[in-house]
Design a binder for this molecule. Structure first.
Ligand code: AMP
Length: 213
């Protein structure tokens, strides 16, 4: 299964990606997670990406595309993968098509998670992320057992710089202007499946599986 998850920030892509990757036994490839790991490791790539990410802007395609191409070339992605947060504009979607064509493989589906801007703002302002494993939680909707501590690994929970209110507004603009056009791009390719991102996590997972059958 070669799958792309699309949806605005806060739609729950990360949570569904972890579930779907396990369900189909494919690696979960999140470009945002790769950038954050590079920032944590203080690599050159991390230094370059940080200023764009903190402002809620896209990291330039020249950097992101090569990083993605390298990642899907790893052995664990040979039989499938789930892309979360890539592509984020039509240029990246076209680049991905070229890479897949070179490898003589194709996508199976693009799954869009739909949600309103109001709901996104509610979700993102309370979102906390684990510094160690990247798992998301929420101060109201997915409260950890101990405040500030990740339920999954015991790591420290923090608020991502780009989940702060002023940055969220820019991320939503970037999504509407740059990322939304990829939805019609994939619709034309006949790959698009749309599900609602409302409801509890297991209901959304069940809709995803049904849409992908
Ligand atoms: P995410 O964790 O997917 O919300 O990504 C966090 C941030 O990483 C984004 O706001 C961008 O700054 C950067 N980023 C992640 N994926 C991409 C991408 N495909 N293209 C450009 N920038 C990206």
């Amino acid at each position: 299964m070669r799958l792309i998850l699309v949806g605005p920030p806060g739609a729950g892509k990360g949570t569904q990606a972890v579930f779907l990757a396990a369900h189909y036994s494919i690696p979960h490839i999140s470009t945002g997670d790769i950038f954050r790991a590079n920032i944590k490791g203080e690599t050159e790539l991390g230094k370059l990406a940080k200023s764009y990410m903190d402002a809620g802007n896209l990291v330039p395609d020249s950097v992101t595309n090569e990083m993605l191409k390298d990642r899907i070339g790893h052995a664990d992605a040979a039989d499938g993968f789930l892309l979360d947060g890539y592509p984020r504009n039509v240029g990246q979607a076209e680049f991905l098509d070229e890479v897949l064509e070179e490898k003589a493989i194709s996508l199976d589906a693009v799954l869009e998670l739909q949600i309103s801007n109001e709901e996104i703002i509610k979700r993102l302002s309370g979102r906390r992320t684990c510094r160690d494993c990247g798992a998301p939680s929420h101060v109201i909707f997915e409260k950890p057992a101990v405040d500030g501590v990740c339920d999954k690994c015991g790591g420290e929970l923090y608020q991502r710089e780009d989940d702060k209110e002023e940055v969220v507004a820019n991320r939503l603009n970037v999504y509407a202007e740059q990322t939304e056009p990829i939805i019609s791009y994939y619709q034309k390719e006949g790959l698009l499946k749309v599900i609602s991102a409302y409801g509890d996590v297991s209901e959304i997972s069940a809709s995803a599986i049904a849409a992908l059958k």
